[in-house]
Design a protein around this ligand. Structure first.
Ligand SMILES: *[C@@H]1O[C@H](CO)[C@@H](O)[C@H](O)[C@H]1NC(C)=O
Ligand SMILES: *[C@@H]1O[C@H](CO)[C@@H](O)[C@H](O)[C@H]1NC(C)=O
Length: 388
């Protein structure tokens, strides 16, 4: 008799306890959802263990603590930071202050004259700006730099590594549909955009020295239209990405590393090319010293939540013509160094595909590929079932 009362009491207590736990759990769940909706803007990053920061004086972070340099970029960065106000006036001042500006190659002169101008409109009338799914937000955004005429490269990516997968969103970043002097490809691009909904296109001349402009415009889209993407892969349309391997890598990251992620093939202490013939030539009167470590523009991955921070850094770091170096400088301004990963290859080891398909296991990204090589490599990876 006594004992059965005990059991009854115990049961009642357990029920009450379960009820309490349930109520707290559901309230906690609601609270969590509320918090995620009101995500803190930069500067109020709350309880994140990793905090990017942007000091008032960037000289130390950008590696020039020394006496004022004579090269234009270094001097500007030291004295005043990035341009503010009339962007064309900034270009004219640069032209006037660089003693040998007239002897710069034409792309360099054009770059400097317009480098401070970064407001360009959406470039494809009659086609909407692609959005990004809100719930769930993409886990991985594949942001691939392309240009108007490279239809084959884009299609090969859609048919292979960029094809639909849960949590992954593919986007191509393009400049104007009209080259100089032409042809005008807008009608074709409008069709492509309606068909695939994956083109982000702005109205500026799509030349190599405008690629960092493309990065800035993409970051604006990311910060405004897709702020909850967890990771962003910035690649080229001649890159091949082993998305499955990349997802494995990302999912295995400890949370603290994931929040400040900037990872790829790292060039450590590379120096500017001083021969005027090459595409990466940088005149001595423009930039002095080695580059800070940066991840190759062939493809690197970063945490989506860094987008607003990178935009603020880009407002402070003096423009530089080479896009991956400029991105490296912006990450560096936030206190972030690139991490090297051996699976990101800027060159396939010795021409052609390796005989042994097991070599592909460690591959995350390889560049450059043409559309046919992309399709061939995709097939090899699909058949990679046998144990190695
Ligand atoms: C930043 O600091 C450096 C020395 O570290 C100094 O020479 C420079 O004038 C400072 N720049 C600004 C804009 O205050
Ligand atoms: C970049 O695009 C702008 C806008 O079309 C253009 O004025 C500028 O000359 C371009 N830059 C280069 C280096 O050609």
């Amino acid at each position: 008799m006594r004992c059965s009362r005990c059991v009854l009491c115990l049961l009642a207590l357990l029920t009450l306890l379960a009820l309490k736990v349930y109520i707290e759990w559901s309230a906690g769940g609601l609270g969590l959802r509320g918090q995620r909706e009101a995500r803190a803007p930069p500067g109020r990053a709350g309880a994140l263990p990793f905090r990017p920061s942007l000091p008032a004086n960037l000289s130390g972070r950008l590696g020039q603590p020394g006496p004022p340099a004579t090269a234009y970029w270094n001097r500007q960065q030291l004295l005043s930071g990035a341009p503010a106000g009339d962007c064309r006036a900034w270009g004219r001042a640069a032209a006037a202050q660089i003693p040998d500006f007239a002897s710069y190659p034409e792309p360099h002169r054009r770059f400097l004259l317009s480098a401070a101008c970064r407001d360009y409109p959406w470039g494809l009338s009659g086609a909407g700006v692609p959005g990004c799914p809100d719930s769930p937000a993409p886990y991985l955004l594949l942001a691939v730099k392309s240009s108007a005429g490279r239809f084959g490269e884009r299609q090969a990516i859609r048919e292979t590594w960029g094809g639909p997968q849960p949590g992954v969103r593919l986007l191509f970043l393009l400049g104007s549909a009209r080259g100089e002097p032409g042809p005008d490809l807008s009608a074709l691009l409008r069709w492509e955009s309606r068909r695939h909904g994956d083109l982000l296109l702005w109205d500026f001349l799509d030349v190599p020295f405008n690629r960092s402009l493309k990065d800035v415009l993409f970051l604006r889209w990311l910060a405004r239209r897709c702020p909850r993407a967890t990771f962003v892969l910035r690649a080229q349309d001649d890159s091949f990405v082993h998305v499955r391997a990349l997802l494995r890598l990302l999912r295995a990251l400890p949370p603290a590393a994931a929040r400040g992620l900037y990872l790829g093939h790292v060039f450590d202490r590379a120096s500017p090319v001083r021969s005027p013939k090459g595409p990466y030539y940088v005149p001595e009167s423009f930039y002095a010293g080695p580059y800070p470590a940066y991840a190759s523009g062939g493809g690197y991955v970063f945490a989506g939540q860094l987008a607003p921070w990178l935009l603020r850094a880009a407002e402070r770091v003096v423009p530089f013509p080479i896009d991956d170096v400029y991105s490296g400088l912006c990450f560096r301004a936030l206190g972030l160094a690139p991490q090297h990963h051996p699976g990101f290859l800027t060159n396939w080891p010795s021409g052609g595909e390796p005989e042994n398909p097991c070599t592909h296991r460690s591959l995350v990204l390889v560049q450059p590929r043409d559309p046919q090589q992309t399709i061939r490599l995709w097939k090899v990876l699909q058949n990679l079932r046998a144990p190695c």
